[in-house]
Design a binder for this molecule. Structure first.
Ligand SMILES: Cc1ncc(COP(=O)(O)O)c(C=O)c1O
Length: 521
């Protein structure tokens, strides 16, 4: 039991609203001006810079008991946070597969924060906005207009939802009560599938071991014959195949599975067909690239992100499901405190919380809706085509440089290559080159491993990235490679395996390399 509590009698209101709205307004305007300047001046700053220990320490404070001023909190943001962010809005950020965001998306985030709507359920306009976004996604994918869907954090979550829906479709809704029991469910994806598919199998309780990784052809696409053989072998062994996951844009090289071929296999074998189209789905808006995705419209479910190629600020993932009944039977869970009504605020069934795991949900849909309304699908499609053209220009430049080797075909927007004009450990050398470029703030590619070899991976996703940026990337890789490829630096690279020496080695050359790279630009 709580002891008797009395309302604050100190003369101070419990409300957290500002006492002086005009001061708040002035601060807000300044924040807006500063962030517009930040976006307008991206090119004048390093792509990324490591966070100094001092700034890191300054963030490690105990729970503030008494509050401070909004001015001070904003000053801390400006000094301790803003300069050391990921850097993905910068045109020379090419690491992993990150979208660049837009100023419109940023403004939409502010509007959504102001409304503070909870999109778990009930009857209100923000949910209608999300339903509109889902209808647009259905149109983009060639799904039926009444297809279902939900905005989520990202494709990892969307893939998990896809696996859970496929599981329920295979075993029936009783699986939600009784668990998997003796069912030996088995799923299939290519060996190039993103790791979040295996994680989805793990989190769903089906288990990673029940995911068969089917080999890929030279273009990185799942081998359909091998898939058919694996399904037959599993059936023969008494297992229960239930799901095939196709990939539209593989994380390493951007390969697109034969989706129409996979759809045919799934129809024939009566398996759920899910597509991980994390970034590839948005290529459906690009007329010259769309044909590569033929077959996606036949999927039972598709996972993708608006925060990648559609440039919506993080986070904005999406799961699309052809048949809403399958989604409802997987997630809807009636509760007295969530009772639906025919009228009033509790109307509007089904609610988004019936379609996924989250009850409380923010207004992610607004930034997607505003992005599509302001730029239009055609312009986003043009960004996709531009990214692919820039990737082609990068591939051509790499092919023309004797010191570089390209290690994968370029199906879409990802180019994998490495510096080879050096003796010694090329994996360590290329990892160092990438870290040098990142720490110098010149460009931020990432690395991956192809056929056991570490490669530099440039994913062109940001709408701001142009041909000149990929030439600058190559110039910087060549300069860093030449510098590190000298016998002295190579001996340094070989010491990499000794962790005690790593600190000294990895910080010393960076400043040198940064200045030489900058002067070579
Ligand atoms: C093919 C693929 N699937 C899944 C993911 C995971 O997406 P998210 O980071 O939005 O969870 C990625 C991320 O790059 C990806 O490329």
């Amino acid at each position: 039991m709580l002891d008797a509590l009395t309302p604050l009698d100190t003369g101070v209101s419990a409300s957290l609203d500002p006492e002086d709205w005009s001061a708040l307004r002035a601060l807000g305007h300044r924040m807006l001006d500063d962030m517009v300047d930040h976006l307008a001046g991206l090119r004048t700053r390093p792509v990324w810079q490591p966070m100094p220990a001092q700034a890191r320490r300054a963030l490690h404070k105990g729970l503030p008991l008494a509050g401070g001023s909004a001015e001070q909190a904003y000053a801390d943001f400006r000094h301790l946070v803003q300069p050391y962010a990921t850097g993905n809005p910068h045109p020379r950020f090419m690491g992993w597969v990150h979208g660049g965001g837009t100023a419109i998306g940023m403004l939409a985030e502010m509007l959504a924060g102001g409304l503070n709507a909870n999109l778990g359920g009930r009857d209100h306009a923000p949910i209608e906005v999300e339903r509109q976004v889902i209808r647009w996604a259905a149109e983009m994918l060639g799904f039926p207009p009444d297809a279902s869907g939900l905005l989520v954090t990202g494709t990892s979550m969307a893939n998990l939802i896809g696996v859970l829906i496929a599981r329920t479709a295979a075993l029936g809704p009783a699986v939600r009560n009784e668990g998997l029991g003796a069912a030996r469910l088995v799923a299939y994806s290519s060996a190039a599938a993103h790791g979040c598919i295996a994680r989805a199998m793990d989190m769903s309780g089906i288990g990673r071991a029940a995911l068969r990784l089917i080999p890929c052809d030279a273009a990185g696409r799942i081998e359909l014959d091998a898939l058919a053989r694996a399904i037959a072998a599993d059936r023969k062994a008494g297992a229960c195949p239930f799901l095939v996951v196709g990939t539209a844009g593989s994380v390493d090289i951007g390969a697109i599975d034969d989706l129409a071929g996979l759809a045919a296999v799934c129809r024939r074998e009566r398996l759920w067909f899910h597509v991980d189209a994390a970034f590839g789905a948005i290529a459906m808006l690009a007329p010259r690239i769309r044909p590569l995705l033929a077959g996606i419209e036949a999927a039972d479910s598709v996972a993708f992100d608006f925060h990648k190629w559609a440039q919506v600020p993080y986070d904005a993932g999406c799961i699309m499901v052809r048949d809403q009944a399958r989604q409802l039977e997987t997630f809807a869970a009636p509760a007295a405190y969530l009772r639906r009504e025919a009228r009033g605020l509790a109307a509007g069934h089904p609610w988004p919380c019936d379609l996924g795991p989250d009850l409380s949900r923010g207004f992610r849909a607004l930034k997607v809706w505003m992005t599509l309304k302001v730029y239009g699908a055609a312009r986003i499609g043009a960004v996709v085509e531009h990214s692919c053209a820039v990737a082609q220009a990068l591939a051509a430049r790499v092919d023309a440089e004797p010191a570089l080797e390209r290690l994968a075909p370029v199906a879409l927007n990802i180019v994998c290559f490495r510096y080879v004009d050096a003796a010694g450990n090329l994996d360590a050398l290329n990892a160092d080159i990438v870290a040098d470029l990142q720490e110098a703030g010149i460009a931020a590619p990432s690395t991956t491993t192809l056929d056991g070899r570490l490669v530099i991976r440039a994913a062109i996703v940001n709408h701001r990235t142009d041909v000149a940026d990929v030439h600058a990337l190559v110039d910087a890789v060549l300069a860093a490679g030449r510098r590190r490829g000298s016998p002295v630096s190579l001996r340094g690279a070989q010491r990499r395996s000794n962790p005690q020496r790593m600190d000294a080695r990895s910080t010393r050359p960076v400043r040198e390399i940064a200045s030489s790279l900058r002067s070579s630009q």
